[in-house]
Design a protein. Structure first.
Ligand SMILES: N[C@@H](CCC(=O)N[C@@H](CS)C(=O)NCC(=O)O)C(=O)O
Length: 234
């Protein structure tokens, strides 16, 4: 399949980290695409006909094939490209995929904070769990700039979308989960500086995310609401 002769459409959402995985891969591989962002609180009726999960991202290839699940989409985009965003060594590639899966588990904890942890105690327990996970990750970072010394890979893309959440979480929590994690702090800065990572979200992403979290009815929502009304009153 020649990526230059096919047409690609992404169905997404402006804040979704899984959608960002796909669009960063497309930017890194120079694959052109159209993007439609949908309202996940008011899903369009045609969504079910495209994906049984009714989740984004969805990738439509030349109106012929429809793919869902971000891992499937990113692997497909990587396979049709001339170079790969995975390490060449097969065991190393599988190792990266294991830690990508771990990233998804960190995202599940972040989702718990955003949507489900209603009490301060629940919020703190989940944040402690995330901090523990970040410590395990820190021990695996072997590159000076990115996860691996071999350069920028798909695993870096996945973590770039996870680290973004901590700007909003820093507005709520007094403890900094990155405090004792010098390698991850350096990695996070390098990822934030990358054009493909910056361009995957709207320029006012941090504000949009804070407003989104503030509406979810969790402890984090309440904290952000207070913070936002305090900022407005100043
Ligand atoms: N496992 C899916 C997760 C995608 C996902 O959870 N997308 C969210 C937005 S970030 C979604 O579409 N949620 C709508 C819903 O759950 O109904 C993937 O990797 O693509």
């Amino acid at each position: 399949m020649d990526p230059n002769t096919e047409r690609y459409h992404i169905i997404g959402h402006s804040l979704c980290p899984y959608v960002q995985r796909a669009v960063i891969v497309m930017a890194e591989h120079g694959i052109a695409y159209d993007r439609i962002d949908i309202d996940l609180d008011d899903k369009p009726h045609w969504l079910t006909s495209l994906s049984p999960t009714k989740k984004v991202p969805i990738l439509i290839i030349s109106e012929k094939h429809v793919l869902f699940e971000s891992n499937v989409i990113t692997e497909f985009l990587d396979e049709i490209s001339l170079s790969s965003l995975h390490p060449v060594d097969i065991a190393e590639k599988a190792y990266h995929r294991s830690w990508i899966e771990f990233g998804t588990q960190i995202l599940d904890c972040i989702a718990r904070i955003i949507y489900r942890d209603r009490l301060l105690e629940d919020f703190e327990l989940t944040l402690a769990e995330i901090t523990k996970m970040l410590h395990l990750l820190e021990a695996r970072v072997s590159g000076k700039t990115y996860f691996s010394p071999l350069g920028f890979h798909l695993i870096d893309i996945v973590y770039s979308t996870i680290f973004r959440y901590f700007n909003a979480l820093a507005l709520i929590s007094k403890s900094d989960p990155f405090q004792d994690l010098p390698k991850i702090r350096r990695w996070r800065r390098a990822l934030q500086a990358r054009n493909s990572v910056q361009d995957a979200v709207p320029p006012n992403y941090d504000d949009l995310l804070a407003t989104f979290i503030a509406k979810q009815g969790s402890h984090a929502s309440n904290q952000l609401q207070s913070r936002m009304s305090y900022d407005k009153s100043k």
